[in-house]
Ligand binder design. Sequence first.
Ligand code: FES
Length: 106
Amino acid sequence: MPALTVIEFNGKEHRIDAEVGKSAMQVVIDAMVPGIMADCGGACSCATCHCYVEAPWATRLPEPVPAEREMLECALDPQPNSRLSCQIRITPHTEGLVIRLPQSQV
Ligand code: FES
């Protein structure tokens, strides 16, 4: 299973063996790492699964679709490397992916 590292806003790191096919949001929630609310359950309609993708992954992941871009405008403190974790799919190619969680989702 590809490794996913999640870094909470306070700096606490979690290295998780992520199941291929799940979203990064689901992996974080299943691992009970706090910091993602995922109010819409992954439907790309709430932005409460906002995360920051660390380099070099920001350019390696598939580009966000227009619906994700629009929803990111609702996220708190968006940055150029902002993504919705429900739209990041775990694949064998995401081995080593690192995401940071924001201070707050709302
Ligand atoms: S869980 Fe709602 S947009 Fe990702």
